[in-house]
Ligand binder design. Structure first.
Ligand code: DAH
Length: 341
């Protein structure tokens, strides 16, 4: 019996409890009522009476050491789990840093706000578009070189077969057409959105960017209305001292067409690498809506006319915040993004 007690004591001392499974196994073997230690107690009655007291004491010692070891291990695990408990007060201040709006989101909101105050509503249209809305209805004749002004992504039909008439819109001008199809003049709306062009990504070009289109159709709209509207926009967006100029240009959907420049905000007109030394930067294309476009959507071009414009949100954001690389907008680097709080 003494030998058995010594052997069990050695086993208890050597037992390593490092997880809850081992804790269970230790309890089954040495602590519970059906443990091996309990069965030794059962055998005590077979020990000769004169030795019984001594053996009983040894057994009690064994039992105490097993229980102590078990309780200590149990407490240690209880302590560990307490670390992961949900804090009782969920309102305690949690120092997670606050997020911020993307600069393009902020500038888009500001553009819409400025035009809203001049009475322009906001309209939306699809990014996956048909050739009709992106080109044909906007007076781009079939196979006309003007289509090459914008490198287009065409959608695949399946197994690499290109579907000529479905594409990713190259500009937000498609929304003009959809709007005029569904609404009678007077129409006064701005149309923000994402556009796509098949261009290599660099500091100055991207295959994905954002535009805001503008359209005003009513009776007796003049080129002066267009100039005044964009002039007011430029002063609101970039400050009262901003100078504006219009240069003649060409777009199939406007006649006459113009491009609008503002004084370069980085060099204040002296010439720098952003304005390529010119002192001016282009921020919008614009013009009087071509009568063909009005007729294409069933609006009487003898009674109504209008102006339209389109501008790039990235370009305006880069000028406003003096950002020199277009790629920063899509890299999601928080060191860049958190500067626009
Ligand atoms: N859609 C043109 C572009 O992406 C921009 C533009 C120019 C829009 C003149 C217009 C406009 O509405 O009248 O380059």
């Amino acid at each position: 019996m003494n030998e058995q007690i010594k052997a069990l004591q050695a086993e208890i001392d050597a037992f390593v409890i490092s997880n809850e499974g081992e804790l269970d196994s230790f309890r089954n073997q040495f602590v519970g009522r059906k443990s091996r230690l309990a069965s030794l107690f059962d055998e005590l009655k077979n020990v000769p009476a004169e030795n019984r007291r001594e053996v009983g004491q040894a057994l009690n010692g064994l039992k105490n050491s097993a229980e102590t070891k078990f309780e200590e291990a149990q407490e240690a695990f209880a302590g560990n789990t307490a670390d992961f408990e949900v804090p009782s007060d969920l309102t305690v201040y949690n120092p997670i840093s606050q997020g911020s709006l993307h600069p393009l989101t902020k500038v888009r909101a500001r553009i819409l706000e400025i035009f809203n105050r001049m009475g322009f509503s906001v309209s939306d249209g699809p990014e996956i578009e048909t050739d009709f809305y992106n080109f044909t209805a906007l007076n781009f004749p079939a196979n006309h070189p003007a289509r090459e002004m914008q490198d287009t992504f065409f959608i695949e039909k399946g197994a690499g077969e290109i579907q000529d008439d479905v594409l990713l819109r190259t500009h937000t001008s498609n929304v003009q057409i959809r709007l005029m199809q569904h609404q009678k003049p007077p129409i006064r709306s701005v149309m923000p959105g994402r556009v796509y062009r098949n261009e290599a990504i660099s500091a100055r070009a991207h295959c994905l960017f954002h535009q805001v289109e503008g359209l005003y159709v009513d009776e007796q709209v003049s080129f002066k209305d267009l100039k005044d509207t964009l002039y007011h926009f430029a002063k609101e967006m970039f400050g009262k001292d901003t100078k504006v100029r219009f240069r003649p240009s060409y777009f199939p959907f406007t006649e006459p067409s113009a491009e609008m420049d503002i004084t370069c905000l980085l060099c204040k007109g002296d010439g720098c690498n952003v304005c390529k030394g010119a002192g001016w930067v282009e921020i919008a294309g614009a013009g009087m809506v071509d009568p063909n476009v009005l007729e294409n959507v069933g609006i009487d071009s003898k009674k109504y006319n209008g102006f339209a414009f389109g501008m790039g949100i990235e370009r305006i954001t880069m000028l406003k915040y003096q950002i020199k690389d277009l790629r920063l907008f899509t890299e999601n680097d928080v060191r860049f993004l958190k500067q626009f709080n």
